[in-house]
Design a protein around this ligand. Structure first.
Ligand code: GLA
Length: 731
């Protein structure tokens, strides 16, 4: 039953819809796919509201056509090829052996199926049952080369998400090079948009940036070989007046962890053209006859109620239909990580004292960070040698893991599998595994180098080494790090006409490795990391249900980082730890409570030396741990709403509400104090207006409508960096 996707064969119109959203496009002259609409649900498209035909100078026409009013240059389209009469930044660019790049994609057929096919070798949204979604495949053909472009669209029934990707098949008889193969294009008419992206840096990830979409092409992306701290693979286009709770917002997020690009173009007639996919920088994929290339997937959502609703859709799809781990809906353990406590300076005896304290304080897992392997005493050696450092663990890692378990804690371990140090046995045995350009000295970063994951033997080697460690003792958790970006991108195992494939093949190799390890160790909780949140994307979420949000653990910095992260990613994916003051990244001293509230707004833990804390702080840790255990389910799996943005302001606030709207937790933060403060209020959302809610701390009772409409006054505190947690429960 095609109840989510219809094809009107008379008018040649495709209509994808669920209860809330509609997506419409049609087949027009010359087999051109014309984008008609994406937005709030319409019942039926009658075929009359078509894009007007206008004869425009310098926007040419179809080959062989005398119709001067039809131009692929102006028509809003579903997929633009280079080399034809369409001057927008293209979605597809090819190169043939004769040097030509012409491509003329024409509609050649479609199919509709229940459910959603897997994308070979790539992470993607999935379905549990075929009734959850339907998939439309529309095929475009380029006659002279025999190339077929399958545009894949899946619409979900119960969440406002359409996924898109493209599969290119070579049904011709010559090699063709794909120089650009975008996953998604969408063209809008008569819109004046702002774009919202999530730029950042190491220790300063994902702070929202909003700007008007102007003329020309603006490209947001990464060419670092990973999704990067510098620009998250996400973009929203929003009405200029859209805010958290009103206005049209279109959100796009890639399910991919490598180079990406989001190109936005405002054209000569004020149409907005968006193209998303693998970044075409140093990309060239040789497609032999009979072979296919699958692009990564893009999640696309429409909200008629501002950013909040966009985030709800992203959170639901990522949490419920991207993450596959058995921990997807399980409460995550409260952990203590020894990194900021000891850095490289530890041994088993020293760690045991932290473990003992963790046990006393109610913490549930101990994570052994960097420095337990090879002969690693600083960051200059041993990457690639995943063998325990005997000086630090004379009785072996299994022995220490047993100690941690005897105390009743889980045991976690840090790895950085994708890297190699010059000073390592792996390098001495296999210098060819280190990614480099022959005849050139590769560039170090943190004095380390990248392994060539395009080579199967490298992936196999890492699979063996990591497996051996995970089998050597009871290991419940893995923190998977990646502490530099790619450079010297070349693989000696590939021929010269395939070097443009290395960036993407690296990511495919990584996915293959993670696929094999997560399949072999389904009971290990994996946490992704890349110098903090340098690879915080939906592609990683497919393998790893949680990701270290940032190396910056300062509570004030975290407000913006976590706020930005929440635009796309669910709280259950976002980890945050309380650390010592002065903060190691910013030098700032914030109250323990503020650090706690910021970290308890995510998947919670500690990153400090528990053995060196005052009794007062230890008591606070105990309190926090027990408080978090109480709110954990609500925080990790309730609905998250942003209330006040910390971006360029002095306050932040957000809240968590349970599905039945009876249980509520609110966190408010004030950055700087002032002598004569203006009074501010926090207004809640998502409550039941008919219910009465009790403040669990004070016993005061409020109507749900009162909390949402009147709001409560924020406390006046003459101190910097303060925070307050409120808990309400319906009577
Ligand atoms: C990265 C991580 C940190 C820590 C160090 C160890 O920076 O983000 O949390 O694991 O590596 O070297």
């Amino acid at each position: 039953m095609n109840d989510l996707i219809e094809f009107d064969s008379k008018r040649q119109v495709f209509h994808l819809h669920n209860g809330n959203i509609s997506y419409l496009f049609s087949v027009e002259e010359g087999g051109t796919l014309c984008h008609l609409y994406f937005g709030r649900r319409v019942q039926k498209y009658h075929g009359e509201l078509k894009y007007p035909r206008v004869d425009r100078g310098f926007s040419g026409n179809l080959p062989g056509s005398l119709d001067r009013t039809f131009s692929r240059d102006t028509l809003p389209k579903e997929y633009s090829g280079a080399g034809e009469m369409d001057y927008h930044t293209p979605a597809a660019v090819i190169r043939r052996n004769d040097g030509s790049n012409a491509l003329m994609l024409r509609y050649s057929g479609y199919s509709i199926e229940d459910g959603k096919p897997e994308l070979e070798g790539l992470p993607a949204a999935w379905v549990e049952k075929p009734e959850e979604a339907q998939t439309l495949t529309v095929t475009l053909k380029d006659e002279p080369t025999g190339l077929l472009y399958d545009l894949l669209y899946t619409i979900y029934r119960d969440v406002d998400i359409i996924t898109r990707s493209v599969r290119v098949r070579n049904a011709g008889n010559e090699d063709v090079f794909l120089e650009k193969a975008a996953s998604l294009q969408i063209d809008f008419t008569d819109r004046d948009f702002d774009s919202i992206c999530l730029p950042g840096a190491h220790a300063n990830e994902r702070h929202p940036e909003r700007q008007r979409v102007g003329y020309g092409i603006q490209k947001f992306g990464s060419i670092r070989g990973t999704s990067s701290h510098q620009m998250n693979p996400f973009l929203a286009l929003a009405d200029r007046k859209a805010d958290e709770y009103s206005g049209d917002v279109y959100g796009f997020a890639m399910v991919y962890s490598g180079n990406h690009s989001f190109e936005v173009e405002r054209d000569q007639i004020d149409q907005t053209h968006l193209v998303i996919g693998i970044n075409d920088y140093n990309f060239s994929w040789k497609l032999e006859p009979g072979s296919a290339f699958q692009t990564p997937e893009v999640l696309m959502t429409y909200s008629d109620r501002g950013f909040d609703r966009m985030s709800q859709s992203f959170h639901r799809i990522i949490r419920d239909r991207i993450v596959r781990s058995r921990f997807a809906h399980e409460e995550r353990p409260i952990l203590v990580n020894n990194w900021e406590a000891t850095y490289f300076d530890f041994d088993e005896e020293k760690l045991k004292t932290i473990v003992d304290d963790a046990k006393d304080l109610g913490i549930e897992m101990f994570v052994l960070d960097d420095g337990w392997f090879g002969h690693r005493d600083d960051d200059n050696s041993s990457l690639g040698d995943w063998k325990v450092y005997e000086r630090k663990f004379p009785s072996g890692l299994g022995h220490f893991a047993d100690y941690v378990h005897e105390k009743g804690l889980g045991f976690g371990l840090w790895f950085e599998p994708e890297m190699i140090s010059y000073d390592s046995d792996l390098y001495r045995d296999h210098p060819e595994y280190l990614m480099h350009v022959p005849g050139r000295e590769p560039s170090p970063s943190r004095n380390q180098y990248v392994l060539d994951l395009t080579r199967k033997e490298v992936v196999d080697n890492l699979f063996e080494q990591v497996s051996e460690i995970l089998e050597s003792g009871r290991i419940d958790y893995v923190k998977w790090d990646m502490n530099r970006h790619l450079s010297d991108v070349y693989s000696a195992s590939l021929p010269k006409d395939r070097q443009g494939e290395v960036y993407h093949r690296y990511v495919l190799g990584l996915y293959d490795l993670m696929e094999r390890l997560t399949e072999k160790f389904p009971d290990v909780l994996f946490e992704g990391c890349s110098g903090g949140g340098g690879r915080f994307d939906a592609g990683m979420a497919y393998y790893m249900p949680q990701i270290w949000t940032s190396d910056n653990t300062d509570a004030v910095s975290r407000l913006t980082i976590q706020y930005g992260t929440s635009l796309v990613y669910p709280i259950s994916m976002t980890t945050a730890h309380v650390s010592a003051i002065p903060n190691h990244q910013t030098g700032r001293k914030t109250p323990f409570e503020t650090r706690g509230n910021a970290a308890m707004s995510a998947v919670f833990g500690y990153e400090l030396d528990l053995t060196r804390m005052s009794q007062e702080d230890r008591d606070k840790v105990k309190e926090q741990v027990s408080c978090y255990k109480d709110i954990r389910n609500l925080v990790q799996y309730g609905t998250f709403h942003r209330l006040k943005s910390p971006v360029d302001t002095n306050q932040a606030a957000w809240m968590f509400v349970s599905d039945d709207r009876r249980d509520v937790c609110v966190m408010t933060f004030q950055v700087l104090a002032s002598a004569q403060p203006s009074l501010t209020k926090t207004k809640l959302t998502g409550l039941d207006p008919e219910l009465e809610y009790e403040n669990l701390e004070t016993g005061e009772v409020f109507g749900g409508d009162e909390l949402m409409e009147l709001g409560f006054y924020d406390p006046v505190v003459h101190q910097d960096y303060t925070s307050k947690m409120y808990r309400f429960r319906a009577l």
